[in-house]
Write a protein that binds this ligand. Structure first.
Ligand code: EPZ
Length: 425
C-alpha cells in the first residue's frame, strides 16, 4: 500500500489541468451497456474507481479498450450477472443495474457494502426500478431483478429522508430510456454529473427532458446507437485544489486551474469568497485563479443536494477552517457521519468537535505533522490539504483511498510546487 509524505510549508504557484469527472464517468461508462454499437468516451480519469467500472464492463462481456483518457466500449454481447468480487469494491457499480435490466430484461448485482461515510442504502434505486416493472429479490447478498413483462414508464418520486439520490436518479433514467411509454422522475437529483449522463443518453438517441431540474421526463425508445462523448470537468477535484490555493497559494499570483466549468463551482466559489479568499474565473469560465485572503474568517456550511453546497467538499473546507481564525461550523445533512477526517486532523492539533452530523471548528495558528490514515476519498484529500500547511512532514497512509478519485494527485501537487513524495510501503 502506498503512502504520501507531505513536507509542509511550500507556497503553491503555477497551474494544472483538472481531469474529467469521476462521478460523471461511472454512470456514463455503465450507460455504454445500453447499445450494441461502439461508444467512445473521452476524458475518463485514470483513477481506480473508473478502472473498477471498466473491469466490471469487461466481466459482463463488453469489449473495452482504453488509451490514456479515451475509452472505447462495445457491449454487443453481454451477460446479466455483475461479478461480486468487483461490485463489492465500489458502490457506484450499482449503476449497471438500470442498463442491464432494460437491455436484457434481467440483472444480478450484489448489494454494495456500507462505507465509512455512512450506511449506503439502495431502497430508492429499488423503488424506482420496481415502479417501472422490475421484480427484485434479495438472495444471498445479491439483488436478482427480472422484468418478465418488460419495463413500462410511470411517475415515481425518488426523494429519500436525505433528499434526492444521484445514482438512484441515474439508474432509473438509464432503465427508462428503453422502457415502453414515458417515465417521470419527481425529486430527481440535479447534479451536473446527472445532466452529463442525460446529455450522453440523448446523444445516443434517448428522449430525456428536464435533466438538471427536480422533474425529469424520459420517453422510451426502441434502440440506442453508438456515440462519442467528452466527460465534464471534475468539480470536486477542482474544488479541492481551489481550497489548496486558498490555504497555501502564493499571495501575489495564487494558483490557476484549467479545464474547469465555472457554472459547476458556484457554491464552492461563494464560500471561499465569504471566507475572505480571492477567486477569479477567466472570461470563458474554464479556468480559475485562487489566492489566499489577507484576513480569512471562519464560516458556516450546511451541505445539501445540488445546486447547494456539495457534501463531497465539506471535508476539504474543514481543513481550511482548521487554520482559519474564528469559529466555523460544518453540518452535513446528506451524510451526517462523514467526519472521519476530524479525528485524524485532531491528531495534527486541530480543534474540532463533532456531534450529531455537525463539526464545530476553532481555527488554530498552524497544525503539526503526524502520521495519519486515509479513510474515505474526500477525508483523505482533506488530510493532504492539512499537511500542506502543517509544520513538519506528514505521512498519510492507505493512499489507495485517494487514488480512487484523484488522478495523479502527487504529480499535480508537485507541478504546483508542493513538496510531496509517494512511497511504496
Ligand atoms: C453520489 O453517491 C456520489 N457518488 C457521492 O460521491 C456523493 O457524495 C453523493 O452522490 C451525494 O452527492 C457518485 O456519483 C459515484 P445518493 P450516491 O444516492 O448516488 C441516501 C465521492 O466522494 N440514499 O445521492 O450513492 C444516502 O444514504 C462520492 O465522490 C437513500 O436513503 O449518493 C444519502 O444520505 C462519495 N436510499 C443520500 O440519500 C437510496 O436508495 C444521498 O445519496 C440511495 C441513497
Amino acid at each position: 500500500m502506498d503512502k504520501l509524505i507531505v513536507h509542509g510549508g511550500s507556497t503553491l504557484k503555477g497551474s494544472i489541468n483538472i481531469s474529467g469527472a469521476k462521478n460523471a464517468s461511472l454512470p456514463i461508462l455503465a450507460a455504454a451497456l445500453l447499445t450494441e454499437e461502439d461508444v467512445i468516451i473521452r476524458r475518463v480519469p485514470d483513477v481506480s474507481d473508473t478502472n473498477y467500472m471498466i473491469q466490471i464492463l469487461s466481466a459482463l462481456g463488453a469489449e473495452v479498450e482504453r488509451s490514456s483518457g479515451t475509452v472505447r466500449i462495445n457491449a454487443a454481447n453481454i451477460i446479466s450477472d455483475a461479478p461480486y468480487e468487483l461490485v463489492r469494491k465500489m458502490r457506484a457499480s450499482i449503476c449497471v443495474m438500470g442498463p442491464l435490466l432494460t437491455r436484457l430484461g434481467k440483472a444480478t448485482v450484489s448489494l454494495p457494502g456500507g462505507c465509512v461515510i455512512g450506511d449506503r442504502p439502495v431502497d430508492l434505486h429499488l423503488k424506482g426500478l420496481r415502479a417501472i416493472g422490475a421484480d427484485i429479490n434479495m438472495e444471498g447478498g445479491n439483488m436478482d431483478m427480472k422484468a418478465p413483462n418488460g419495463l413500462t414508464g410511470t411517475e415515481v418520486d425518488l426523494r429519500g429522508k436525505h433528499g434526492p439520490t444521484v445514482l438512484g436518479t441515474d439508474n432509473l433514467m438509464m432503465a427508462a430510456v428503453l422502457a415502453k411509454g414515458t417515465t417521470i422522475i419527481e425529486s430527481a437529483a440535479c447534479e451536473p454529473e446527472v445532466v452529463d449522463l442525460a446529455n450522453f443518453l440523448n446523444s445516443m438517441g434517448a428522449k430525456i427532458e428536464g435533466a438538471g431540474t427536480r422533474r425529469v421526463t424520459i420517453e422510451g425508445v426502441e434502440k440506442l446507437h453508438g456515440v462519442e462523448h467528452t466527460i465534464i470537468p471534475d468539480r470536486i477535484e477542482a474544488g479541492t485544489y481551489m481550497v489548496a490555493g486558498a490555504m497555501a497559494g502564493c499571495p501575489d499570483n495564487g494558483i490557476t486551474l484549467n479545464r474547469v466549468n465555472q457554472d459547476h463551482l458556484i457554491p464552492v466559489t461563494e464560500k471561499l469568497i465569504e471566507a475572505g479568499h480571492s477567486v477569479e474565473f477567466s472570461t470563458a469560465g474554464n479556468s480559475v485563479t485562487v489566492k489566499p485572503g489577507k484576513n480569512p474568517k471562519g464560516c458556516k456550511i450546511t451541505t445539501a443536494p445540488h445546486p447547494n453546497f456539495p457534501t463531497d467538499m465539506q471535508a476539504q473546507f474543514s481543513s481550511l477552517f482548521a487554520v482559519t481564525p474564528g469559529i466555523s461550523v460544518i453540518e452535513d445533512t446528506i451524510f451526517p457521519q462523514r467526519f472521519m477526517h476530524c479525528a485524524e486532523m485532531s491528531r495534527m492539533g486541530a480543534d474540532m468537535k463533532v456531534d450529531n452530523g455537525t463539526a464545530v471548528i476553532t481555527g488554530v495558528e498552524q497544525l503539526s505533522a503526524a502520521p495519519v490514515m486515509a479513510s474515505d476519498l474526500r477525508a483523505s484529500a482533506a488530510l493532504v490539504l492539512s499537511a500542506l500547511t502543517a509544520k513538519g512532514s506528514t505521512e498519510i497512509s492507505r493512499l489507495y483511498h485517494i487514488d480512487r478519485g484523484y488522478e495523479h494527485i502527487d504529480e499535480k501537487l508537485l507541478l504546483l510546487g508542493a513538496n510531496v513524495e509517494r512511497v511504496r510501503e
